[in-house]
Design a protein around this ligand. Structure first.
Ligand code: GAL
Length: 675
């Protein structure tokens, strides 16, 4: 399904969120008020039915969709479209009572009791049968509804299941993967170590909490299998819906850098990617601008899963959540900033969890557009209303996309493998933080990197950043080599290219798979520093930068040395190198320095690539989206003070005035400059 059709229906940016009228069916007065208030807030779409199974089917085989039809009709008549969810995120009690095998088994082998949500066994045949009946009925009843926009499959897929059925599927999955040849698996997992050899696939168990955890290849395959199994479940739901009507697009809402599933694999099955964003605004460790940047990184990860189209912000909260360690309220203005950051990053939607607070139970204090007070004059309602008005000023932004020339490789396999590796120091591995810190540095220079997988097409990019790029999938070494040879700029750090896709170490020197030739170095040792240990790098221009946590000792075969260590037995050895390879350059940073200390290197890499940055005041974020005829520059002021930017020109669609040179932004103000 063409996602453009989706946005044509709306005619601009989507604004709305999760709406749970099923909790209020005995209060028609409230349901009527909802519509009026939605119109006031500029809401043009809502997500319905995420957890409505027990209302759709209160008893097995007894279906009630009249209420949903009435709600959808009413919304549509009032100009509000529906994103309709399949309700597999939570099961009714009758289902678990009759079919306990639908409930998950945890890593210790215990089956869960009924309750909570997001906890079905993804391979259970009976659960699949039941959700298929439900999804088919939903599609038959609503896929042709004029207000129907897209399917929201389940909710926040996550977790794993160790039930006997899943274990058997894991064994079958492995047998398929290793061509039914147990010796292939034994070799890939290096099982002669500790007498771990298997005679058959049936002997392999998942990594139970009281079982096998010492085979790195097995641990990684279990994660891959869980992703495969969850994707398979999602595909099952999608296939049922498509069987009824093929051209309604599908999405599912991902979670922030969720570690348990490789969402990139799931994204391949979706028409649109979407996610739920809940930053810890105004926390006691970061500035607002820093919190915003962390969130911008998450947007970039999601966006980059389908870089050819906008993504969707599916959930966010205008007030406070209820599940952070400290549920601080979003300060005035922060909501506007966060909403426009999503759009600036490539989202065509601003959606909330939730429209109205539920009166009881687990989320009764979770923020919402409408509070228990129930009126449209609260601070939060007014801020949402303001966002609704502002979004109406930028309809042409919908459908445009960022087109970035810099990309960072950030792989789920890499996360899992680094986390699991018996090396370095658990406390300071910090893979995600290392990536984010480097990413932030580019953003501060006005250059937004995509965050891609090593399996992605590198051709749209001029610069590739490879922080701690530990796992090399087959062919990736050759791809990087080709990228640099043809003029690309690559910058890699310590802990790059140690293992192959099965986590077997590359022989003959790290980084392996041909990359030591590209960088002109071999990393012979890696030192893990205690948290209080320090070393330093002295660059050839005399600048000295602190080194913490990790330092590799390089054999330099064929590269220029840009910096050397200051102390220890590796004092004077190379710490930062550069090699011209073909038409491009390959930089290697062998130790952990603060990303701010790497700025000069980043500037050099960008300048080699002919990419001009921007001189941005501290705390101002900059993004660009491109359309066929127009582009839109976004400036977001998270600095906490009034800022004057120079060199800005074009029409500010938010301030509704021409800017020629100077743009003044108040705290939390945003500007969208049309070019
Ligand atoms: C999301 C979830 C919603 C709601 C929200 C609260 O993770 O999808 O259903 O629970 O969190 O922040």
């Amino acid at each position: 399904m063409e996602q453009t059709a989706l946005f044509e229906k709306i005619g601009g940016i989507m604004h709305g969120g999760d709406y749970n009228p099923e909790q209020w069916l005995d209060r028609p007065d409230i349901l009527a008020k909802d519509i009026e208030m939605m119109k006031k807030a500029g809401v043009n779409c809502v997500t319905l039915g995420v957890f409505a199974w027990a209302v759709h089917e209160p008893r097995e085989g007894e279906f009630h969709f009249e209420w949903l039809k009435e709600i959808m009709d009413n919304l549509y008549e009032n100009g509000i479209y529906t994103i309709l969810a399949t309700p597999s995120g939570a099961r009714p009690a009758w289902l678990d009572e009759k079919y306990p095998e639908a409930m998950r088994v945890d890593a210790s082998g215990h089956r869960a009791h009924h309750g909570v949500r997001h906890n079905h066994c993804m391979s259970s045949p009976i659960f699949r049968e039941k959700i298929a009946i439900m999804d088919r009925k939903l599609a038959e009843n609503f896929a042709d509804h004029p207000g129907m926009l897209l399917w929201h499959i389940s909710n926040e897929f996550g977790g794993e299941c160790y039930c006997p059925h899943c274990v058997k599927r894991f064994q079958n999955y492995l047998a398929e993967k290793f061509d039914h040849d147990i010796d292939k698996l034994n070799h890939a997992w290096w099982t002669t170590f500790w007498s771990h050899r298997f005679n058959s696939f049936d002997q392999i168990e998942p990594p139970y909490s009281n079982g096998e955890f010492s085979i790195m290849g097995l641990n990684l395959e279990w994660k891959r299998f869980t992703t495969w199994s969850m994707t398979d479940f999602m595909k099952w739901e999608i296939s049922v819906l498509r069987d009824v009507k093929a051209d309604v697009p599908v999405t599912t809402n991902f979670m922030k850098l969720y570690d348990g599933l490789d969402y990139r694999e799931m994204a391949k099955e979706l028409d649109m990617v979407s996610w739920d964003s809940y930053p810890a605004f105004h926390n006691d460790r970061e500035t607002l601008a820093e919190t915003m940047l962390e969130n911008a990184f998450d947007h970039a990860v999601i966006r980059s899963m389908k870089p050819d189209r906008p993504f969707m912000l599916m959930e966010s909260v205008p007030g406070a959540v209820n599940w952070h360690p400290f549920n601080k309220v979003k300060r005035p203005g922060a909501h506007r900033l966060a909403c426009f950051q999503a759009v600036a990053s490539g989202s065509d939607t601003v959606q909330y969890f939730q429209w109205r607070k539920g009166r009881g139970s687990f989320e009764q204090y979770h923020g919402a557009v409408v509070d228990h007070l129930g009126t449209d004059d609260t601070r939060i309602f007014k801020e949402v209303e303001e966002v609704g008005q502002l979004l109406k000023k930028i309809p042409d932004v919908a459908g445009t996309i960022p087109k970035n020339q810099v990309a960072m490789i950030f792989d789920w396999d890499n996360r899992w493998a680094i986390d699991d590796a018996m090396a370095l120091a658990q406390e300071t591995k910090n893979y995600e933080k290392t990536c984010m810190d480097i990413w932030d540095e580019f953003m501060k220079m006005g250059v937004e990197p995509d965050v891609i997988s090593s399996d992605s097409d590198f051709s749209p990019y001029k610069v590739l950043i490879l922080p701690m790029f530990y796992v090399l999938h087959d062919g990736v070494g050759a791809k990087i080599k080709d990228f640099v040879a043809k003029g690309g700029q690559v910058l890699a750090t310590y802990f790059t290219g140690y293992v192959d896709k099965d986590l077997l170490c590359h022989l003959g020197g790290f980084p392996g798979d041909g990359l030591s030739e590209v960088f002109g170095i071999i990393s012979e040792e890696i030192d893990t520093l205690y948290p209080t240990d320090r070393n330093a790098v002295r660059f050839t221009n005399g600048k000295v930068c602190e080194v913490r946590d990790y330092a590799e000792m390089l054999r330099v075969s064929d590269a220029e040395v840009l910096g050397t260590y200051e102390t220890d037995y590796y004092g004077k050895m190379a710490a930062v190198t550069k090699k011209k390879y073909g038409e491009g350059n390959a930089y290697y940073v062998a130790c952990r320095m603060a990303a701010t200390d790497m700025k000069d290197l980043f500037v050099e890499v960008l300048s080699n690539a002919g990419i001009a940055g921007k001189d941005l005041p501290e705390g101002v974020e900059y993004h660009v989206r491109y359309g066929a005829e127009k582009s839109f520059e976004f400036y977001l002021n998270a600095s906490g003070k009034q800022i004057t930017l120079s060199g800005v020109s074009g029409k500010d669609l938010i301030g509704e005035k021409e800017i020629s040179g100077e743009l003044i932004l108040d705290p939390c103000a945003v500007a969208v400059i049309e070019k």
